[in-house]
Design a binder for this molecule. Structure first.
Ligand SMILES: [Mg+2]
Length: 359
């Protein structure tokens, strides 16, 4: 659905949008120009979802009635007292969705949270890296974490294969070096990482000559910068066996816009290609799947759901994950979702906060 941006700005009471709401220093005109530039909006046409970050808190409350409670610096201590365990997403919560830029105040926030002595676990769907990389990245941003506190989906997939699916033979993987590290540490015979060694071809004779292992019990798909035609062929071929388990680290994110007219293919794209070729649907490990929580419970069996809070920036991954597992959630507005999206999707967090830095 398209709306005229100029009309929206001229009739703010008609549309639940306050362009200066999240940035009071911007004049309306400045905000208008900023949005227009960001959207490359030559004809003043704008996709409705792009307004999502511009709805103000006050307007959200009015629109949503009994919507989620905002966590502020004033009430955060009282709210945190209800929880013993915090599950914290990373991309869009600790750093921006560019995976690089730390969010302001993150070092001080983590220091305050550590002082509360609560159990903190980092739960991320990003399959590019293993736990070691996250520990290094946290240190770079000024706070410490142990590898055992990081539930990246690569690690969760390894736990699932080893302890839930009890795979004892080989796993064909289209995935990252981080996944390779986690699977090796779990003692899983995993192969397929890096560029495929066979020459790319559409010649059936040559395709038939490619080597296949006969001990493959599972195919695992995650983020893979070396994804290729050969990998689709091999994964789909292994999956012709109904006994071969098909796992994906996550499938929600298929291709986010990283700039104007630039869309980055991510894990969901690769999973969709292999699913189409194999005519099978994967068992998804990452959020919002309950399997991610199963993996957490495997390592932390005493975790109390009624005293656990999931903090994340994605409604479909983090907040839905919390709902699927019967735990409370807090949406941070520093990532992929805004308050308008809460209204549109009906996926309601327990709380929302402008940034994790209010804690
Ligand atoms: Mg995130």
């Amino acid at each position: 659905m398209f709306r005229c941006l100029k009309a929206v700005l001229q009739r703010p009471s008609t549309f639940p949008i306050l362009l200066s709401g999240n940035n009071p220093s911007c004049s309306t005109l400045h905000a208008f120009q900023k949005v227009k530039r960001a959207l490359h909006c030559r004809h003043c046409l704008i996709k409705e979802p792009k307004f999502k970050t511009y709805i103000s808190s006050a307007q959200y409350s009015t629109a949503a009635g009994n919507g989620p409670l905002e966590v502020t610096r004033e009430n955060s201590r009282e709210i945190l007292e209800k929880y013993d365990t915090l599950l914290i997403d990373c991309d869009g919560v600790l750093w921006k969705i560019d995976h690089v830029t730390p969010l302001p105040g993150i070092q001080e926030t983590m220091s305050r949270l550590r002082d509360t002595r609560k159990q903190i676990l980092f739960v991320t769907n990003n399959s590019m890296h293993g736990r070691e990389m996250y520990v290094d990245k946290f240190r770079k941003y000024g706070f410490e974490a142990r590898g055992s506190e990081v539930f990246c989906v690569a690690y969760a997939a390894a736990i699932y294969l080893k302890t839930v699916a009890k795979i004892s033979k080989a796993v064909y993987v289209s995935g990252s070096r981080g996944m390779q590290s986690e699977l090796e540490q779990a003692g899983i015979d995993a192969f397929g990482f890096g560029p495929d060694r066979d020459q790319t071809t559409d010649d059936v004779e040559q395709l038939l000559q490619m080597e296949f292992r006969d001990d493959v019990e599972a195919v695992l798909v995650g983020f893979d910068i070396h994804f290729s035609y050969n990998k689709i062929y091999k994964a789909a071929s292994y999956l012709t066996s109904p006994d071969c388990l098909y796992l994906a680290t996550n499938s929600l994110e298929t291709g986010p816009l990283i700039s104007i007219n630039r869309r980055q293919p991510v894990t969901g794209t690769m999973v969709a290609a292999i699913s189409a070729a194999s005519k099978r649907e994967p068992l998804v490990i990452g959020k919002p799947s309950c399997h991610m929580f199963e993996c957490i419970q495997t390592m932390y069996p005493t975790i109390d759901k009624s005293r656990t809070l999931m903090i994340g920036d994605s409604l479909r991954a983090d907040i839905q994950f919390a709902q699927n597992n019967g735990i409370d959630s807090a949406l941070v507005l520093t990532g992929v979702a805004g308050l308008q999206m809460v209204k549109d999707t009906g996926i309601l967090p327990t709380y929302y906060m402008q940034s994790i830095a209010v804690l």
